[in-house]
Write a protein of this length. Structure first.
Ligand code: COA
Length: 222
């Protein structure tokens, strides 16, 4: 039986066929969180295009699943020449799963994935008033610099170790078994969530996302 995090989510890398689940996750984000994640108000069409490009480009996307739905996403976008490979980390968690250590867990796992790919430098940008994201980055020893309304976290991770390689392999194996072999009802304790709804969503209807003011400008991150 795969171990769940204390949040109750099961983490694994996304498969290319699951692109729609990431899109649905981004579309479910609270408007404020969508703003924090994409550095501005972005339209549903922008998210559709973004998911198409991100997953098609072969970036590593780590997802936190509850009852078969993606409730948390961590992206590791790698670039640069061999030997000087860099990566950028971005994270988004749906409201009912925030402040339960999920962001910290995703950040930790993404650093491990970066180490296992011999990434020399990790960057993670967020808006300057995103105190939670900066707190998470600092917990992992990132240096955080603030410039022009953005906070940029930077880390030079160690080389991969036996333990980081084993952790990735074992976690993947467990999560795949969990996904393929166990019926949804046995994956989480308690009442199964209604499709497309997060636990707690029944208590209060989430506000409708605002009409996007604009697509991100040049200096906003995609
Ligand atoms: C930012 C985000 C990823 C954090 O995820 P999370 O699962 O809620 O975070 P965690 O529970 O793992 O940890 C939050 C940490 O911030 C701390 N924190 C909470 N509010 C804080 C505040 N106002 N100021 C400083 N630290 C704060 C918490 O105490 C915790 O630290 P601790 O573990 O040392 O106690 C999540 O809120 C999110 O998805 N936001 C929208 C998208 C986004 O902002 N992405 C980042 C840019 S890519």
């Amino acid at each position: 039986m795969p171990r769940k995090s204390r949040s109750g989510l099961v983490f694994r890398k996304l498969w290319p066929s699951e692109r729609d689940k990431v899109r649905d996750h981004f579309l479910r984000l609270d408007p404020e969180d969508r703003h924090l994640r994409f550095f501005g108000q972005v339209s549903d069409d922008f998210i559709e295009r973004y998911c198409h490009e991100v997953l098609a480009a072969g970036y590593v996307v780590l997802a936190g699943f509850a009852d078969g739905e993606v409730r948390a996403v961590g992206e590791l976008r790698t670039y640069g020449a061999p030997g000087r490979r860099k990566a950028e980390i971005a994270i988004s968690i749906e409201r009912p799963y925030q402040s339960r250590g999920v962001g910290t867990e995703l950040f930790r796992r993404l650093i491990n994935l970066a180490r296992n790919r011999s990434i020399r430098t990790i960057h993670s940008a967020c808006l300057v008033d995103n105190a939670k994201m900066q707190r998470i980055a600092r917990k992992f020893g990132c240096a955080v610099e603030v410039e022009r309304g953005q906070a940029e976290a930077r880390l030079e991770p160690p080389w991969p170790s036996y333990f980081t390689l084993m952790e990735e392999a074992v976690a993947e194996g467990r999560a795949v078994i969990h996904t393929l072999l166990l019926p949804p009802a046995t994956r989480l304790p308690g009442r199964a969530a209604r499709p497309g709804r997060a636990p707690g969503a029944d208590a209060k209807e989430a506000p409708a996302p605002p009409i996007p003011a604009s697509e991100p400008t040049e200096d906003r991150k995609a």
